[in-house]
Design a protein around this ligand. Structure first.
Ligand code: 3H9
Length: 701
């Protein structure tokens, strides 16, 4: 087998090229090839050694697919030491993304240069890990302990200019040809007689007293429950207090602890699940995509305005349609405010924000959408209204245009049936705020053409969303499951827990926000209106919504009225419990004949999370979601589920499906089978002693 690493002598520069597509990950073959090449360079007449990469990027890290398998020599930390020990100066030339183990290789070189567009970072923390090949020991020596902590804890990359300012690289290589620029710099270094600069021999400056404690305390709040960030602080502390070799050994131990943790397993699962979710089963990768440059958005409310921004930010022309000038002006004002907010928060430069904003124009005339390549309808949730709009679009839009609905619940097949071209109709379910949230549920209706689906998956990437395909059902993947989670949250309240107890239990467990606080944020009137539209017999169990309805009837609509399940400080939006709500809950419970009792945090968590899991199982069996990992992506990116628990379906595997089933059966016994019938797939897999991950592998790809 040919090695992915080649070595050649170019005049007096020994050039090592890594060529391991797609991202030059440090597989065993790459590590071996680098080790061999460094040895070869020792033997020849080279004066300087250059490491660079073919393809789109410098080494983007260790090969994550090898994690969890028996490690094979040469190990990465040893390879980094070998590179650093080279008797000839070694130069790394970076382009694309020099990440994780890739940056650690560069840190063990004696000099580093990068093209201006290169990104450099140590993102291990996002995989529940810490840099395990000397990164926590060499980086503080190179750029200082606090700068190193910030880089490693955030996991976010810096660009070449920032890297140069930090002292992370020595030279920015201008021009289009990195190899030529790097070779020229290597020759300069050789001519100057520049010697080896050994990062591990540099001293680490002590940090002011209390700095590390502050980091630990901040992380205990911001990265609640996560182990890797705290261990990163321990390792950087070791870089200050211990000699290099000891620090490296300490880092190794902490790295292995992280690697073996369920948190890292969950985050690695999420890494692959996100990429897998972008692939549609049964769809050819070579399918010809439709061109999308001009986009129409119907409805300039909060949702439509946010949706319009996504496309404009990706360079597309957007026409935003409203019923009249006043509504349109309101929508455009929301967009202006959002852009101003992005500039204020440093997310966009003023110039870039203006450029994006200029791509959005308003209209009140459907004819303006005649040449759109994609139209996204984002009006309020009313099936008949949506069907009317689609009939109009059918009349005005050019043939081949993609017609999408941003519905959260409605039947996309029925919307498609309002047109003569159901093959061009699809659901694109954005999450609020639409210009920020990463999740996009792409709803494949029964007649949606393959190229329409493939085009929408590609557009999702262009507008920086994480797409997940869903079949048609009430609420699709996310909201259908949420219905069960929300029901249990409200049942816990009427049965005896306070809103605060329910929310704290879920937030302590890792949810970004407790369910009742989420209802307050979204507005309690939304669910109320939806229920009022249904005949009483279809509204479900009154114990699960009576309190929410009573709050709406008291004009407590949530955050927007500064009162809902909680009271809100109008300035800070800080929530606090409200005795008035507690009295209301008592009254409603008595009226419904519910005897209240103490409910512990464990019961709250299990009821809410296993309600999600059980419905997720039904969704998988019905083929609404393609894979368990897709559901996990929906929950982590759309509903604030902690990534370090890997999404509800991965979490169920981690707990053990037999245990999940036992708990669901217990709830069935205690609370009745209407809400708690074990999903057949859960029963089957638990009975066979299998995991969902194992089941997913056995499904046709
Ligand atoms: C580490 O380095 C630990 C060390 O400190 C210590 C070790 C002892 N391995 O994302 P894309 C695959 S931890 C294996 O769609 P993009 C990916 O699955 C690592 N495979 O492209 C996908 O495969 P497929 C630290 C990898 O252009 C394909 O490459 N490094 C790896 O949007 C394309 O990926 C990181 O955490 C990998 N390391 O983004 C970086 N990386 O086509 C992780 C990617 O079959 N990677 N693949 O679906 C990334 O952040 C992005 O992939 C990157 C490219 C920015 C590089």
């Amino acid at each position: 087998m040919t090695s992915p690493v080649s070595y050649e002598l170019v005049d007096d520069v020994g050039v090592i090229t890594v060529d391991n597509p797609p991202v030059n990950a440090l597989s065993h073959a790459v590590r071996q090839g680098l080790d061999d090449a460094i040895q070869a360079a020792r033997q020849d007449s080279s004066r300087v050694v250059l490491i660079l990469c073919a393809g789109r990027t410098f080494i983007a890290g260790a090969d994550i697919t090898e994690f969890g398998k028996p490690p094979r020599e040469p190990h990465l930390p040893d390879l980094c030491n070998t590179i650093e020990a080279s008797p000839k100066p070694v130069v790394a030339a970076l382009h694309g993304t020099a990440l994780g183990g890739g940056l650690e290789v560069a840190l063990s070189c004696h000099y580093r240069c990068a093209v201006p567009g290169a990104k450099l970072g140590l993102p291990e923390v996002k995989l529940g890990l810490l840099p395990g090949a000397g990164g926590t020991q060499r980086l503080p020596r190179l750029i200082g302990a606090t700068a190193a902590l910030d880089l490693i804890i955030s996991g976010n990359p810096v660009d070449a200019r920032q890297a140069a300012n930090l002292g992370l690289i020595d030279h920015v290589a201008e021009g289009d040809d990195l190899r030529e620029a790097a070779l020229a710099w290597c020759r300069e270094l050789a001519q100057e007689g520049a010697g080896r600069r050994v990062t591990s021999e540099l001293p680490v400056e002590a940090v002011p007293g209390g700095t590390l404690t502050e980091y630990r305390e901040t992380l205990a709040r911001r990265a609640r429950g996560q182990i890797a960030p705290q261990k990163i602080v321990d390792c950087v502390e070791a870089s200050i207090t211990r000699p290099f070799a000891e620090g490296l050994q300490f880092e190794r131990e902490k790295f292995i602890e992280c690697m073996q943790s369920p948190q890292s397993a969950a985050l690695r699962h999420m890494f692959f699940a996100e990429r897998e979710a972008a692939k549609v089963r049964g769809l050819s990768r070579d399918i010809a995509l439709r061109d999308v440059d001009k986009v129409g958005v119907i409805g300039a409310g909060t949702m439509g305005s946010g949706i319009a921004m996504n496309f404009a930010n990706a360079g597309m022309q957007v026409t935003l349609l409203e019923v009249d000038d006043e509504a349109l002006a309101k929508g455009l004002a929301i967009i202006d405010r959002n852009y101003q907010g992005s500039v204020k928060r440093g997310k966009l430069s003023e110039e870039h924000a203006l450029e994006c904003r200029a791509r959005i124009t308003g209209t009140t005339d459907y004819e303006s959408l005649a040449d759109a390549d994609l139209v996204v309808e984002a009006v309020f949730e009313n099936l008949e209204l949506k069907r009317e709009i689609f009939a109009k679009l059918d009349a005005v839009c050019r043939q081949g245009a993609i017609l999408a609905t941003n519905t959260s619940y409605q039947d996309v097949d029925r919307i498609a049936a309002a047109t003569e071209r159901p093959q061009d109709v699809i659901g694109l379910h954005f999450f609020s705020p639409a210009h920020i949230m990463k999740l996009l549920e792409v709803v494949r209706a029964s007649m949606t053409a393959d190229d329409v689906l493939a085009t929408c998956m590609a557009i999702a990437k262009q507008i920086r969303k994480t797409p997940v395909v869903s079949g048609v059902c009430y609420g699709f993947i996310g909201n259908r499951m949420l219905g069960h989670y929300a029901r249990e949250a409200q049942l816990c309240v009427i049965e005896g827990a306070t809103p605060e107890q329910v929310d704290m239990a879920m937030e302590d467990w890792g949810m970004a926000m407790g369910p009742l606080a989420v209802f307050d944020l979204a507005g309690l009137d939304v669910g109320y209106k939806a229920r009022q539209g249904l005949p009483e017999s279809e509204r479900g169990d009154p114990r699960a919504f009576r309190v929410a309805d009573a709050l709406v009837e008291m004009q407590r609509l949530g955050q927007k009225t500064a009162a809902g399940f909680y009271r809100y400080d109008p300035e800070t939006r800080q929530r606090s419990s409200d005795p008035e709500v507690e009295a209301l809950i008592e009254r409603e419970a008595a009226a419904l004949g519910v005897e209240r009792r103490e409910i512990g945090a464990d019961e709250i968590v299990d009821r809410l999370i296993f309600a999600l899991v059980n419905e997720g199982m039904n969704i998988l069996e019905e083929g609404i979601a393609q894979r368990p990992g897709d559901i996990d992506v929906v929950y982590v990116y759309g509903y604030g589920f902690p990534a370090w628990r890997g999404g509800p379906m991965h979490y169920a595997d981690a707990v053990g499906l037999d245990e999940v089933l036992a708990r669901v059966r217990e709830f069935e016994q205690r609370f009745g089978s209407e809400n708690w019938t074990p999903a057949p797939l859960l029963e089957t897999l638990a009975g066979e002693g299998r995991t969902l991950a194992d089941w997913a592998k056995s499904q046709v790809n």
